[in-house]
Design a protein around this ligand. Sequence first.
Ligand code: XIL
Length: 499
Amino acid sequence: MFRNTKKSALFLQFVSLAVFVALVASLLSIPVAAATTLGAAAAQSGRYFGTAISNGKLGDSAYTTIAAREFNMVTPENEMKPDATEPNQNQFNFTAGDAVYNWAISHGMKVRGHTLAWHSQQPGWMQSMSGTTLRNAMINHINGVMAHYKGKLAYWDVVNEAFNEDGTRRNSNLQGTGNDWIEVAFKTARAADPSVKLCYNDYNIENATYAKTVAVKNMIQDFKNRGVPIDCVGLQTHFTGGSSLPSNFQTTLQNFAALGVDVALTEVDVTQASTTQYQGLTQACMNVSRCVGITVWGVRDSDSWRSSEAPLLFDGSGNKKAAYTSVINALNAAPPVGPTATPARTNTPAPSSNFLTNADMESGTTNWVVNGVGTLSSDTTQFHGGAHSVKITGRTSAWNGIGQNVAVSNFPTSGQNVTVSVWVRSQTGTPTAIATLRLTASTTTYVQLASAAVNSTGWTQLTATVPVSWSGTLTGVLFYVETAAGTDNIYIDDANLHR
Ligand code: XIL
């Protein structure tokens, strides 16, 4: 290739220098500059940092300056509550809600709707209602408000504060319309705007073993089992009024997330802004991948509904308090996400992201394939989360099923564990469903990942952590769900396969 040996030697020297420089650069971990606002710091790990915003304060430039600088999510403090949005029956008023919404959007922020069905802050006409009249008024209210904000919001707190401290249902006029009022609210909400994430929101559900927390967890599990749409839980995290950070807070967040919902801290305030509690609650969220963000319940202490407890991150003069520093440091220390992320070098590798794409089945049958014989369809009558599942009909053998080819590069060495979770439902039968990996190497190996009896009345989760081994060079990996026997039509949803 090189006719002139001198030139070629020079060239080789240059190449080896370049390789050396590249090697040194890749070995040196160049630290990412710490973000200097709460929103930017949270965004590094794919999360948001929000605040409650009050329409009445949008004329206060000290307030809006801090809010615009620090936050990237807004919850209207009172402006989207039932008394504000439907002051007279069937006469909706979005003036104040829109003012907060427009302020947030014009500052590049997202908005969390708060709240559609609540025992408190109901308009007078609703307070005196009961029975079918109230049930229909609730449905009409959800439809009216959600139609106005359709496609515009990131989250809606569909139902707020429906439980007592002992885990029983709060004895409100809404509860009086029948125990199913919560699921009716969520089903109505999903139909009204399929684009927004639907949340249940409550206070005193931060302690994992507290009766109220357990009751909310059971309700969400029940909703997931029966296909009632729910996407997220908001923990208000008012560590004011006598409450404080429980030591098991992270466990609580993990327990909720394990049900297949996002979690968020939605109304944070802490008595005297305790730095240890602010640090601890932020760290707990950073440690749970499905904890999507934190919202504090106001900007400055003087803006707080509990201002006498000075519970926020800025003092009345707009100065950052010590708690601000503890929060932003915890946000900045969270592992970054996205293309700049460098995997931590530890002995127990951090979990990988999901190997499956379109794993929530919301993009139709994209990326899903038939293993053997059958026909796939995107189904909207049954879904575990979101509004779609993938269904297979026309199976002729038990091993026929819904599959997805997984990149071989996700399996660097034989013998490593993978964790699977997939939700399965039968159309009419009660087969045992099996999540399987087919590994193509020097021979073809089938690894049974997880199995469970499934049925046609609810969703069943198949989940396990299993070592995956093969011999020779791995050239193909297929993940699929089959049944132990029979050819029932089955649905799958919310699949996750990771190391
Ligand atoms: C509070 C507001 O901060 C006050 O301005 C209002 O007077 C009462 O409501 N849980 C919730 C919030 O879900 O909507 C409440 O906000 C605080 C408790």
